[in-house]
Design a protein around this ligand. Structure first.
Ligand SMILES: [Zn+2]
Length: 199
């Protein structure tokens, strides 16, 4: 990877041998390894020691989870908040594992819609709850750094499964509890728009 970064610096018109850039290939390689470490994480291992049987059937919400990811179209960061809720049947996931789950999927090359769905699907497949809801709000640097009129725009995506899809009241309760930055809460499986890949 370091050799590729050196080549990239040259292609950008830089001198990879000048003092400030000499260690850049090493640093960039290390940064990318960290930012894509989700590929090497084992979801089962992350979750398996943290599943508990409980007698609780109300909504569990973990909100305002900070996440940082890289868009797969531009390799530029997108980042924001993730809100997760589920209604357990018999098993719950240790609360601290929910942010960890978000992190594992965020530290890959992503589009926001897929990231949202992967988090929801994993929770559904792991504990078979009555429903799962995931909402993500993110700023995409490929939009805000490049487009003059898009600096303050952010994308909202949501995945609503089971009771959150079928029961309007459950969904509204969740959306009320997380209070989105945006005026209109997303009602469909994916609302909003991630970065535009063709540009
Ligand atoms: Zn992008």
């Amino acid at each position: 990877m370091q050799e590729l970064i050196r080549t990239l610096l040259t292609e950008l018109g830089e001198d990879p041998n000048r003092e400030g850039l000499r260690d850049t290939p090493k640093r960039v390689a290390r940064a990318y390894e960290f930012l894509t470490s989700g590929y090497r994480a084992d979801i089962d291992q992350v979750l398996n020691n943290a599943l508990f049987t409980v007698d609780y059937s109300e909504m569990v919400i973990v909100k305002d989870i900070d996440f940082y990811s890289l868009c797969e179209h531009h390799l530029l960061p997108f980042f924001g908040k993730c809100h997760v809720a589920y209604i357990p049947t018999s098993k719950v996931i240790g609360l601290s594992k929910i942010p960890r789950l978000v992190e594992v999927f965020a530290r890959r090359l992503q589009v926001q819609e897929r990231l949202t769905n992967q988090i929801a699907d994993t929770i559904r497949d792991t504990i078979n709850p009555l429903g799962v809801a995931v909402v993500m709000e993110a700023t995409h640097l490929c939009m805000s750094m490049r487009g003059v009129q898009k600096q303050n725009s952010f994308a909202v995506t949501s995945a609503m499964l089971g009771a959150f899809r079928d029961q309007g009241r459950t969904r509204m309760e969740f959306l009320e509890l997380i209070k989105l930055r945006s005026a209109a809460p997303p009602m469909r499986e994916t609302a909003g728009l991630a970065c535009i890949g063709e540009d």
